[in-house]
Ligand binder design. Structure first.
Ligand code: GAR
Length: 195
């Protein structure tokens, strides 16, 4: 069976990327990670890629914190295209995605967000849920558009908010759900005829 070529973008420790690699290794996901790109030098996700023998690159833009300039984003597009990427998987990528990337991969960019969207877009969504007194939190996988966490929802998973939860314990519980949901969604896309 032909494997879907995915490109993973991340800024952090890369636990969702690790979950995707595990799903591939255990035959639950018919995909191949063609390249990992980070906007943070030395990010954990880059170390994981190195350890796994996955091609990786760093594309940094020091002019902005929350997006890339169009020129820098075009560099990113070139790396993804060169690697033959068919689906771009944002895994803790903390910058907004703009025109060059969206146009190069129409409906081919997905993101995982640590809340039950449309509730709590933006930063530290788990903390927002806790502070709002929610009894149920979770994560959402969605297509990426030019807005912040606004694209069409593909799937969500719920977790309870427990008495005594801190931001850390709640985020950890949400991450367990993320690590199950994200590989499942990518696996579904990999076997669909979207390509
Ligand atoms: C994940 O919880 C992901 O949902 C969140 O960053 C974390 C990355 O963890 N993403 C966002 O908040 C995007 N708006 P990881 O590096 O261990 O996969």
């Amino acid at each position: 069976m032909r494997k879907l070529r995915i490109g993973v973008l991340g800024s952090g420790k890369g636990s969702n990327f690790r979950a995707i690699l595990d799903a591939i290794a255990h035959g639950r996901l018919a995909a191949e990670v063609a390249v990992v790109v980070s906007d943070v030098e030395g990010a954990g996700i880059l170390r994981l890629a190195e350890e796994a023998g996955v091609k990786n690159a760093t594309v940094i833009d020091r002019r902005y914190k929350t997006r890339l300039s169009p020129e820098t984003e075009a560099e990113l597009v070139a790396i993804l295209t060169e690697a033959g990427v068919e689906l771009v998987v944002l895994a803790g990528y903390m910058r907004m995605v703009k025109a060059p990337l969206l146009e190069a991969f129409p409906r081919r960019i997905i993101n995982i967000h640590p809340s039950l969207l449309p509730k709590f877009p933006g930063l530290e969504a788990w903390r927002q849920a806790l502070e709002a007194g929610e009894k149920v939190a979770g994560c959402t996988v969605h297509y990426v558009d030019a807005g912040m966490d606004t694209g069409e929802i593909i799937a969500r998973a719920e977790v309870p908010v427990l008495p005594g939860d801190t931001a850390e314990t709640l985020h950890a519980r949400i991450q367990v759900a993320e690590h199950r949901l994200y590989p499942e969604v990518v696996a579904t896309l990999a076997t669909s005829d979207f390509r």
